[in-house]
Design a protein around this ligand. Sequence first.
Ligand SMILES: Nc1nc2c(c(=O)[nH]1)N[C@H]1C(S)=C(S)[C@@H](COP(=O)(O)OP(=O)(O)OC[C@H]3O[C@@H](n4cnc5c(=O)[nH]c(N)nc54)[C@H](O)[C@@H]3O)O[C@H]1N2
Ligand SMILES: Nc1nc2c(c(=O)[nH]1)N[C@H]1C(S)=C(S)[C@@H](COP(=O)(O)OP(=O)(O)OC[C@H]3O[C@@H](n4cnc5c(=O)[nH]c(N)nc54)[C@H](O)[C@@H]3O)O[C@H]1N2
Ligand code: SF4
Ligand SMILES: [Mo]
Length: 756
Amino acid sequence: MTLSTDDPTDNPTDAPPEDQRSGGGWPLIDGWARATVSPEGPRLWQTLIHRSACLSCAWGTGGQNGGFRDELGEPLQRCLKSVEAIAAELQPAVDPGVFAGRSLAELQQLDPAACDRLGRLDRPLIRRQGSDHYVPLGWDEAMALLADACRRPAPERVASYSSGRSSNEAAWLLQLLLRALGSNNLADCSDLCHAPSTVGLNRVFGSGTSMVNLEGLRQADGVVLLGSNAPANHPRLMNELIRLRERGGTVIVINPVLEAGLLRFGSPAFPIRGLLGGGSPVATLFLQPIPGSDVAVLLGIQKALREADAIAWDVVRDHSDGWEALIAQIDATPWAAITACCGLSREELEHTAGRLAACRAVVFAWAMGITHHANGTANVQAIANTAVLSGHVGRPGAGTMPIRGHSNVQGFGSMGVTVRLREPMRLALEQLLGRPLSRVQGYDTRALIDAADSGAIDSLLCLGGNLYGANPDSGQARRALGQIDTVVYLATKPNTGHFHGLGARQTLLLPVFNRFETPHRTTVESGNNWVRLNEPGQTHLRSGQLRSEVTLLADLAHRLFGDDPIEWQRLQEPEYVRQLIARTVPGYGPIADIDATRREFEVEGRVFAAPRFATASGRARLAVTPLPQLTLPAADHFGGLAPGERGLVLSLITARSYGQHNTVVYKPGDSYRGMAHRQTILMNPGDLAASGLRAHQRVTVQGEAGRLDGIEIIPGSIRTGAALMFYPEANVLMRPLKDPESGTPAFKRVPVLVRG
Ligand SMILES: Nc1nc2c(c(=O)[nH]1)N[C@H]1C(S)=C(S)[C@@H](COP(=O)(O)OP(=O)(O)OC[C@H]3O[C@@H](n4cnc5c(=O)[nH]c(N)nc54)[C@H](O)[C@@H]3O)O[C@H]1N2
Ligand SMILES: Nc1nc2c(c(=O)[nH]1)N[C@H]1C(S)=C(S)[C@@H](COP(=O)(O)OP(=O)(O)OC[C@H]3O[C@@H](n4cnc5c(=O)[nH]c(N)nc54)[C@H](O)[C@@H]3O)O[C@H]1N2
Ligand code: SF4
Ligand SMILES: [Mo]
């Protein structure tokens, strides 16, 4: 199933119909136009030009260069996702009648889109045990309850969860507060996301983030894009891929779903060829492997490179360790084992290796299709191995680039919001606090849910996010949160978690400013290691009682610790927080002067322009990545088929539609995949024929944790044996495996029985 859009002799075997063959295009322009002439239009424009980073994804834009420029100063770098995110934040406040009038049971009936459309949270609310309503309460009482909840005799019973939308300053304060309490329970959305990238890259290169910056990407003549639906989730990355193709470069896509926007993409940045010309070509080569088999694909490419004598021995011998064992694995693994595992032919893998070897400088980029697997960390290590073996590391235009999710998720990791605190930062924090930090292993997100489920958590502070909606096995998530005495949500807008994830004694819902409203400066870090400075802003919710996250967390810390051993009260000044960040966070020295210079910067020590890495030896650490065992249970595992029923067991990918941001849905359906609404399952026509199920039939999808009825089958260009449904709705189905190295769930290989 190799598609080469620049080689007419290489016919696509599984291409979608012509009208689905492009992403982006006019719908984008139309969306922009509609949003900006709406009643909120003028305010939307004002926000777009405000000097603050885009709220949405971690590709990053805005900041000091103005709303529309990227870090290299290039204009017109905002996508429709950004507009949607801003428009949602510009909604009026939730009508007080909503919480007074609607019971929790009614609020629990709302789907994610309806929750979001209730409006902005603008005053503190509480739901007490036994009550059927959220009711208002004053900030003083809210802060006193919050402080009480943090004062536990056993600090391990206090935890936080966070999502990467808040600022670096808030993130740094959150981790300092928890660690000062004596708790390492800093669960974060990255545990459900790119944790395998952080763990895998740290192992190989001693640094867990992208080693390539935007400038580097523009020097590449090859990109290998694995497990990413960038047209929907990182739209501006598409401009870089289109440009690379235009300068004669090669884009190799590896994805079990033939995503339309990865074939051709109509970017508003290139109106003539992009929009009028039916979209610019993206993929040079498209490989559709079996979900979860990327290690096999990469091992096949490595083997083909070796057999073609195309290993970059100068890089491997001089700049890596452990290569001998990897080469031995490559030689010892027969082609038959590789092709059986990934479902691609030897010829396809050899052809791909040939294209790779012909490139001068290649960037390997990936997202959730790589990390959301039981061997997610091995997947990342296999990518890093391939980059080293082919010599595409540690020089301009070449290297590894995880494509991060939330706009400041990487900043949260840098600030120490992690259960894997690195030694230099630990030492710096210990020096700041004047005492050793607790060595008790903290709970990551999945461990937190399990701990709560077993009654081991008393208090949970959530800085953004939707812990309930983002977790697998929604029933367990609800039950686990219900065992926690006090749950506190700091949020901008209501979401399903606020109505389903209720604490046993009390649940507090506290309204905070978003990034462009915060009345003081803040910073964020993009997935390309670029630190942006956000200027102060104003909220349209003039009569609301919103607070800054920084002020709130510093106030809480002051209530808990007074002036011991640091002046916690002074941490209400974000400038002071930045001074302490400069002292404690590796690579963040330049933040100390940012208030004076307004100079945004690249985090030091992350981008490698030479093959000298951040490991102790300076060499990359290669290691064997075992082929995964990809089996599926039999239908009996799910209770089997009823007499007369037809069906089959599939490996389910749960992914995002174009019109959603994680657990928040903006629009129904996904026109690029031909899925008109969200109660759909994308299946291969061959699987339909073999099982006797029919296109557009309504079926039951049965998972290990639950089932969904009335799901419409949509035939599409997805690998045989695989299916795709939308998250978060599909989370009721699953009890997925998790990657033991990173704790990340296998959201992209969920066994299900489809029957009807
Ligand atoms: N519009 C929008 N933008 C977003 C988000 C959003 O929800 N909406 N979310 C943000 C966040 S937090 C994140 S993490 C990113 C997510 O960005 P992505 O990772 O692009 O998002 P997913 O929808 O999870 O899709 C992953 C892709 O992996 C492919 N895939 C599935 N299984 C495999 C496999 O085994 N191997 C390979 N090679 N590919 C596979 C799927 O077909 C799909 O194309 O987007 C960020 N940006
Ligand atoms: N089945 C399945 N499950 C998945 C995934 C999948 O692909 N499949 N993807 C996983 C991934 S990659 C991720 S990252 C997680 C996402 O998990 P989360 O990050 O927990 O979820 P979000 O839906 O992004 O959280 C959105 C909420 O954040 C709040 N918010 C927005 N801006 C701000 C702000 O500035 N401050 C504060 N305090 N709150 C704010 C709003 O209330 C909003 O409703 O889901 C994971 N779950
Ligand atoms: S690509 Fe990401 S950072 Fe850039 S404008 Fe779109 S959502 Fe914002
Ligand atoms: Mo994510």
